[in-house]
Design a protein around this ligand. Structure first.
Ligand SMILES: O=C(O)CCC(=O)C(=O)O
Ligand SMILES: [Fe+2]
Length: 278
């Protein structure tokens, strides 16, 4: 199986320092910018119009106050709009044109994020074991991944938008229109370089469990930098079909863990609805 340029370096990076970054092609960057414009238009609507754009499985609009990074008393200071393959048709019937348009723009980049995540997943699988049945993984992220815009609720610079957490997924791709994301490793906190043409690649608990703990879940947090301008971020949360979650390498870290049920229960840990089993 051919590996896209950059994937191998990304896998090596994840293995060595725990995270990586990945460049967007010019064409993708244009599509991502269009999705950002659609998101800005949507989030500027009045609350009633936005709340008419709810979709199942935590997709569509989620107002501030629901999602949290671990403590329900400290909700993430964001409002959210999420898109997925499962809600693509349902989104056509959303009662507000800006919501329909936003879901559609997001799905235009979804497939590329999905294929890139699949390539990275295969690369990691190959790194930890020589006998992973890679063909079985093909398409395994499609119905279990989602693309999400977060827009900040304005707050004082330095305040947490998201407190420290790991996402509990297989991989997260994080892109944003401004500073804020911080990686937390041990006692140190660092800001990954941020450009409009690259996103940060962050492994989560599912990748860690599949690799027998060889890859560690990456803790991260987000802090406000402006009290007057909303920060928008675009997150691709990749998960694998629970039926395909057989560990690539068995160690004490995963020997007694039911990985499939972790995937099914993950959204609930953050106060959200997730995808039901197929
Ligand atoms: O906004 C970001 O850059 C990251 C947000 C995040 O960590 C999350 O939604 O899980
Ligand atoms: Fe996160």
């Amino acid at each position: 199986m051919l590996i896209a340029p950059g994937i191998e370096a990304c896998v090596a990076d994840i293995s060595k320092r725990g995270w990586s970054s990945f460049a967007l092609s010019d064409d993708l960057q244009r599509k991502v910018s269009t999705a950002y414009e659609a998101a800005a238009t949507f989030f500027d609507l009045d609350e009633k119009s936005k709340e008419a754009c709810l979709l199942p499985y935590g997709c569509g609009y989620t107002p501030f106050g629901r999602e949290h990074s671990g403590n329900p008393a400290l909700p993430d200071r964001v409002e959210i709009f999420a898109a997925s393959a499962r809600t693509q048709d349902l989104a056509l019937d959303l009662p507000c044109a800006a919501g329909c348009d936003l879901h559609e723009r997001m799905m235009e980049v979804f497939r590329w994020f999905e294929m890139t995540a699949e390539d990275i997943m295969r690369g990691v699988a190959r790194m930890v074991a020589s006998d992973v049945p890679e063909q079985e993984l093909t398409g395994g992220l499609h119905r279990w991944s989602q693309l999400q815009f977060n827009r900040t609720i304005l707050t004082e610079p330095g305040q947490f938008i998201n407190t420290a957490h790991e996402d509990g997924h297989l991989l997260t791709f994080a892109h944003a229109n401004g500073r804020g994301l911080e990686i937390v490793t041990g006692l140190s906190v660092l800001e990954p370089d941020r450009t409009s043409s690259a996103f940060t690649v962050m492994p989560g608990a599912i990748l860690s469990l599949l690799t027998g703990g060889e890859i560690r879940p990456l803790y991260h947090q987000v802090r406000a930098h402006s009290r007057s301008e909303h920060r928008l971020s675009l997150l691709f949360f990749a998960d694998l079909d629970p039926q395909l979650c057989k560990p690539w390498k068995i160690t004490p870290a995963n020997r007694d863990v039911d990985i499939a049920s972790r995937i099914l229960g993950n959204a609930g840990r953050f106060g959200m609805d997730g995808f039901p089993p197929d």
